[in-house]
Write a protein that binds this ligand. Structure first.
Ligand code: GTP
Ligand code: MG
Length: 211
């Protein structure tokens, strides 16, 4: 699948104010500064689409983007929504604000009916972090389908990336019988792009078949 057109639609402070859920939706989430907005821009071929920043805490609401895509060989596909969510675990934010964000994210994830899949971003430069494992376990408890996306792979030697990604998946195995799909990506060299877009295309097909 390729993205033909991606446009910013709206920023919503709560799930109740989100646009009508009339199409499949995919959300991107992860720790603050993990590279969510950069990954979204990479997938959409548009460096200016989602605002990126060297300082964490840039994305502060539920941001919807309208996506028009096409199959490589066959032409236009059904439109879908892509959502950029605020990062979790941003320590500098006042605790009260942080709690409000966490509640907003939890409500969105649990109540948004057209949400097909969540992409959980994990920084491939680090060893498994408790906060990320807690977050994927919460998704499991809430029965929300997700994939793991390891980010910033260009910043590491391949061996280090392999070690960190394997360690994270091994840590997940302690509580998970089956592991979700996982991807190694870089917003710089664009690795992982085709695999993620093809997975979204597959999910969109499944959603259409269920109607
Ligand atoms: P918040 O919205 O603040 O939670 O951050 P975010 O997760 O959206 O991260 P963002 O995309 O703004 O990226 C944070 C920083 O990491 C920026 O300085 C990016 O340029 C950098 N970055 C993101 N992805 C990559 C990557 O794949 N490779 C490299 N080298 N840098 C990256
Ligand atoms: Mg962001």
């Amino acid at each position: 699948m390729i993205i033909k057109k991606a446009s910013y639609l709206i920023s919503s402070p709560s799930v109740d104010l989100c646009p009508k859920g009339d199409r499949p939706e995919y959300a991107f989430i992860g720790r603050s500064n993990v590279g969510k907005s950069s990954l979204i821009n990479m997938l959409c071929n548009n460096q200016k689409l989602a605002k990126t920043s060297a300082s964490p805490g840039k994305t502060q609401a539920i941001n919807h983007f309208t996506i028009e895509s096409a199959a490589k060989e066959k032409g236009a596909l059904t439109p879908w929504y892509l959502v950029d969510l605020p990062g979790y675990g941003y320590a500098v934010t006042a605790q009260k604000t942080r709690r409000t964000w966490e509640q907003m994210i939890e409500n969105y994830l649990r109540k948004r009916e057209n949400l097909v899949n969540v992409f959980v971003l994990i920084d491939s430069r680090h060893e498994p972090q408790k906060i990320d494992l807690e977050f994927v376990n919460a998704l499991g408890e809430w029965e929300i389908p997700f994939c793991i996306v390891f980010t910033k792979a260009d910043k590491n030697k391949p061996k280090a990336t392999e070690k960190n990604t394997k360690a994270f998946l091994d840590a997940m195995r302690e509580t998970w019988q089956f592991l979700p799909p996982s991807f190694i990506t870089s917003a710089i060299d664009k690795r992982g792009k085709d695999e993620i877009l093809d997975l979204i295309q597959d999910y969109n097909k499944q959603v259409a078949a269920q109607k």
